[in-house]
Design a protein around this ligand. Structure first.
Ligand code: ACO
Length: 333
């Protein structure tokens, strides 16, 4: 096995960006839509409000806005971008890929473009894929984006899911480095046998769109919430611990944890289990809900821009999502 620390090229985050839509959907508004309450949502999830994209705003629009901000932060010109990977479960359409649409919006004409599907784990999977592409030496930089318009695939009559999700996008530019430790370790996994616990059944080749599938809400998120919750805590905890071991670090070395923002109780459970207190965990689900592939890069960008995260800080990302998929990454920002 090759040790990550012995690979010739290290890869670092050179710049971050994010975008969330203006429209705020509050718990009070959800009370008018389904049988729920602000108290229940806050107590069971920690969420207060989330952002909802305009009808004419798709994942590529949000992704391009986040990508533009990340390129500016990294000081990388659009025509220099080598690779664009968009992690999304809500592509604008089945094809062309959302990454190609982002490329067109940005004018990044020299970039190879493709999408990556790993639900809420997509951004971490995309980071790891881009790191490998840069370490191969074939690409000099990558724009990695997580963008999801979950409002487009939410069943607004299902109180078990509609309270959870929001829309948004986050992005990072990856570059090779000799001065930073950059990405130090990644641990990721998948268990396809549990895919039916969290899915959007219709709209693909298994169940193409028909009047019946639309009437039956089969194009929206179906989730066995309680079951997903337990797997999420276990997988994120184990991945986080394993990524730290692989990097040769301990919890005490981590300045900030950026977890997938699915539920405050999941984050608290992970905090206890990896032994990193809540005041070193970046949380924004109270304002944005679960934005799927965008949660980690949006939280990262906010914490970089408000000065919480500084160059040299050791970060731990932990994610979990449909598939099931999960992962953790240790890096020096
Ligand atoms: N308002 C009021 N009551 C509700 C609501 C609501 N919005 N939703 C569910 N309830 C009720 C249920 O009907 C149930 O009532 P009952 O006891 O009479 O049957 C009761 O509350 C408890 O339901 P649970 O599902 O057991 O509630 P739980 O505490 O598990 O919370 C939640 C539900 C918030 C969905 C939680 O399970 C969760 O966060 N799950 C994980 C989500 C996640 O991590 N997703 C992964 C990523 S998403 C992706 O990859 C796209």
């Amino acid at each position: 096995m090759i040790d990550d620390r012995e690979k010739p090229t290290r890869v670092m985050i050179a710049g971050t960006g994010s975008y969330v839509p203006e429209r705020v959907l509050t718990n009070a508004e959800l009370e008018q839509m389904v049988d729920t309450s602000d108290d229940w949502i806050r107590a069971r999830t920690g969420m207060r409000e989330r952002r909802i994209a305009r009808p004419d705003e798709a994942s590529s629009d949000m992704g391009a806005a986040a990508g533009r901000a990340a390129l500016a932060a990294a000081g990388l010109a659009v025509d220099e971008v080598d690779l664009i990977i968009v992690a999304t479960s809500t592509p604008d359409m089945l094809f062309p890929s959302t990454a190609c649409l982002v490329q067109s919006a940005l004018g990044a004409t020299n970039a190879l473009c493709y999408d990556l599907s790993a639900a809420c784990s997509g951004f971490l999977y995309a980071l790891e894929t881009a790191r490998a592409m840069l370490q191969s030496g074939l690409y000099q930089n990558a724009l990695v984006i997580g963008s999801d318009k979950m409002s487009a695939v939410t069943d607004w009559s299902d109180r078990g899911t509609c309270i959870l999700f929001g829309d948004g996008a986050g992005a990072v530019v990856l570059k090779p480095t000799v001065t930073h430790r950059g990405i130090m370790s990644t641990v990721s996994g998948a268990d396809g046998s549990l895919g039916d616990l969290l899915m959007i059944p219709a709209g693909g080749s298994r169940m193409p769109a028909t009047a019946e599938t639309v009437a039956d809400h089969q194009h929206t998120v179906k989730m066995a919430g309680n079951n997903v919750f337990k797997h999420a805590v276990r997988c994120m905890t184990e991945a986080g611990r394993a990524a730290l071991r692989k990097a040769g670090l301990t919890a005490a070395d981590v300045k900030w944890v950026i977890p997938h923002q699915a539920n405050m109780r999941i984050i608290q459970a992970i905090s206890e289990r990896v032994d990193i207190p809540m005041d070193r965990i970046v949380v924004n689900l109270d304002r944005y809900g679960n934005t799927t592939a965008a949660t980690v890069p949006v939280a990262l960008d906010e914490a970089v821009r408000d000065g919480r995260i500084q160059r040299g800080d050791v970060l731990l990302f932990v994610v979990f999502g449909g598939g099931f998929t999960w992962g953790a990454m240790v890096l020096e920002y």
